[in-house]
Ligand binder design. Structure first.
Ligand code: FE2
Ligand code: FE2
Length: 442
């Protein structure tokens, strides 16, 4: 089933009362999802909150509980979400939301008395408070804590009026959380060329919070030992921010973006096995910022013996030919290194052998490319910045190298604030093709 069809079904619930509560079924789901967003929950939990009660309508044959909805709506809902192709983390949570109620009915004093009359009535149909045995099994299940959080949003989502995003807000998020989030044609393009442009992976509304997290990161002071700020320009007068690395742990928005279910699933699909985050950076390319020489990433990413990487570029600002968007060599997929200069950039000969295409992107677009795809970018000749996030992943079976990578990079090629005045840093593989200066900038 397509996401459009699912959204249509949900939209129809705006006229359907939520079994004995003062809200429609649609409003109930929207409020639960809105509360999940306010709580900073991961996207799979937000979607589980939105969809937790689909079991009440997804199966017209379901047995009813005397006007209080479908029997076993937790199980029916979970099965339905699997059937329409959403990721298992979402259906698992939906399948556990009644168990959470039965658990709380035993463990929390006064819980049953505080339930709404309708919810108290359905508790009987749902098997009543949990037995001791069921209780220990539920407590030991991996989704236990998340199921309790979802339950709390469920119970609070019954206000006659509430401030929450509307249904359309979830369209792009739902598409991202499908088990197969890209088409056959897109996968085919990936297999043939080793790169792929996905439009609108994040919606305009979603980009508001990602952009503001980026603004925030950009404005942060330089602090030794934390996020790593690098500059271009050799003297103090021309100090232009080039990139920030190692920021996952400092801005919560990025934790979901870099390691949440949706993007890990996408990357795993392209890598052909479980993906693990290797490193993350934002290239700022502010007005006047310099370009990046043509190169393949592979020779720069070998420090820990890994063999293969995929990089996900998220366009934060618009990327245009004028402001130095990513350029990719048109060639069938490569699996080897091309002719290189000593600094690991491509030789003039290699560069001249390709036609280069400009990957112009809108905010929210992704461009994914493997570590053998030749790429480059021009300087920013426009008056607007061209900020782009680059997250690189390796095969999880090769190992988890992110912490070691940043420790090593900090030692060999430290951010500006950690540099000694007058010293020149031989960046080696840590600075292939990019315009970061090799000396302290101030
Ligand atoms: Fe429910
Ligand atoms: Fe509910």
């Amino acid at each position: 089933m397509s996401i459009t069809k699912l959204l249509k079904s949900l939209e129809n619930l705006s006229e359907v009362g939520y079994v004995g509560e003062p809200v429609s079924q649609l409003e109930h789901g929207l409020q639960a999802a809105g509360l999940a967003i306010k709580a900073g929950a991961g996207e799979h939990m937000v979607l589980a909150a939105l969809l937790h009660d689909v079991g009440h309508w997804c199966n017209p044959e379901a047995l009813q509980m005397e006007g209080l909805g479908a029997r076993d709506h937790d199980r029916l809902g979970a099965e339905y979400l699997v059937a329409i192709g959403l990721q298992p983390e979402i259906s698992a949570l939906v399948g556990a939301h009644v168990d959470a109620k039965r658990y709380l009915a035993v463990t929390t004093l006064g819980y049953v008395a505080k339930l709404s009359p309708a919810s108290r009535k359905t508790l009987d149909y749902q098997g009543g408070p949990m037995s001791d045995e069921a209780l220990s099994a539920f407590k030991a299940s991996p989704g236990f804590r998340d199921a309790l959080r979802l339950r709390a949003w469920d119970e609070a989502a019954k206000e006659p009026q509430a401030d929450r995003p509307n249904l359309e807000y979830y369209r792009a998020m739902l598409a991202r959380h499908c088990r197969e989030p890209i088409s056959e044609a897109q996968l085919d393009h990936w297999d043939r060329f080793g790169w792929l442009h996905i439009k609108g992976w994040y919606s305009e509304d979603e980009m508001v919070s990602i952009t503001s997290a980026t603004d925030d990161l950009q404005a942060r002071p330089e602090v030794a030992g934390k996020w790593m700020k690098y500059f271009e320009g050799a003297d103090g007068d021309a100090r232009t921010l080039c990139r920030i690395e190692n920021f996952l742990q400092y801005e919560p928005v990025y934790a979901e973006l870099l390691q949440g279910n949706a993007n890990l699933n996408l990357l795993s699909l392209l890598i052909n096995e479980r993906a693990a985050l290797f490193k993350e950076k934002i290239n700022f390319k502010l007005p006047g910022g310099q370009g990046f020489s043509a190169h393949q990433d592979a020779p720069a990413f070998t420090a820990f013996g890994q063999r293969f990487h995929v990089t996900m570029m998220l366009s934060i600002d618009q990327g245009t030919t004028d402001n130095g968007c990513l350029e990719i060599a048109t060639t069938s997929r490569l699996d080897d290194l091309l002719d290189m200069n000593e600094d690991l950039t491509l030789s003039d000969n290699a560069v001249a052998g390709f036609r280069w295409v400009h990957a112009e992107t809108a905010p929210g677009d992704l461009v994914l490319f493997d570590s053998y795809v030749p790429h480059r970018s021009a300087a920013n000749f426009s008056a607007v910045s061209r900020r782009a996030l680059y997250a690189t992943y390796n095969k999880a079976t090769d190992g988890d190298f992110r912490a070691r990578y940043f420790t090593e990079k900090r030692r060999v090629f430290p951010p500006d604030v950690e540099r000694r005045a007058g010293a020149r840093y031989d960046a080696g593989v840590f600075n292939v093709g990019n315009p970061v200066s090799l000396e302290k900038n101030r």
